[in-house]
Design a protein around this ligand. Structure first.
Ligand SMILES: Cc1cc2nc3c(=O)[nH]c(=O)nc-3n(C[C@H](O)[C@H](O)[C@H](O)COP(=O)(O)O)c2cc1C
Length: 218
């Protein structure tokens, strides 16, 4: 369920999905010709489909969205969907799109204004907090300076996975390393359980991005 809006320009829950409203935050501004650069890292959970809406609305609002997907994520939704929605190539391997003077993961990490990992699997969360960089998503995240760039993580998993002591330890580590955890929600899960672990809704993810970007610039 969408949490209560707490930003003066967003008066109803629907505003968080309204590209016209969102363009005030993500689109080109008077002093900057280009929109905000948002990195979306996607790992392999059933909730990948919800991120299509997030990428589409941000792109419509004028954001420059770059998507990276783990190999498992590509089993759920094809990279071509995110390429079409974002209007940019999708990174699916650490060896893609190598740039001549600068490894792609460094330049992408340096350039982004905010990063969102959604869905964040139990495995990718573990990789992030333990400094493992064997997927392109974890590799790009490893090069983001949390003092400069907000990193939002939206965990998504079955309720038993979410409640594992190892996972809950990783959530605490992620917070103490300067990441913001968004959700998860409680309710229906694709595994036919009712419990905690379902990924936050697209409006909640965008709301969290808006709040992190506006608090950086204020
Ligand atoms: C149908 C299906 C759905 C899955 N959903 C999730 C999920 O929601 N969350 C999760 O943590 N793992 C889920 N998994 C397991 C991950 O895909 C698996 O742990 C994978 O290794 C994660 O790799 P990644 O973190 O590199 O994307 C699912 C697997 C399958 C086959």
């Amino acid at each position: 369920m969408t949490s209560k809006p707490n930003h003066p320009d967003f008066k109803s829950a629907d505003d968080w999905l309204n590209p016209k409203k969102l363009s005030a935050v993500f689109g080109p501004q008077r002093d900057v010709a280009e929109g905000k650069r948002v990195f979306i890292g996607i790992s392999g959970g059933i909730a990948v489909y919800k991120v299509c809406t997030v990428v589409s609305r941000l792109a419509q609002a004028g954001a420059q969205v770059t998507v990276a997907m783990t190999e498992s994520a590509t089993k759920f939704v094809s990279p071509i969907t995110f390429q079409a929605l974002s209007g940019n190539p999708v990174y699916t391997s650490s060896w893609d799109h190598l740039e001549s003077s600068d490894p792609q993961h460094i330049s992408l990490a340096d350039r982004c204004d905010a990063a969102l990992i959604a869905p964040c699997t139990m495995n990718t969360l573990s990789a992030i907090v333990h400094g493992q960089t064997d997927s392109v998503v974890a590799l790009i995240l490893s090069a983001i300076n949390r003092d400069k760039t907000p990193v939002l993580i939206a965990p998504a998993m079955n309720d038993a996975m979410w409640a594992q002591p190892a996972n809950l330890r990783n959530v605490e580590l992620a917070k103490s390393d300067g990441n913001t955890i968004v959700g998860p929600g409680t309710g229906w899960q694709a595994c036919r359980h009712d419990g905690t672990g379902r990924m936050s809704e697209p409006a909640d993810l965008i709301q969290a991005l808006v709040m992190s970007i506006t608090s950086q610039s204020s």
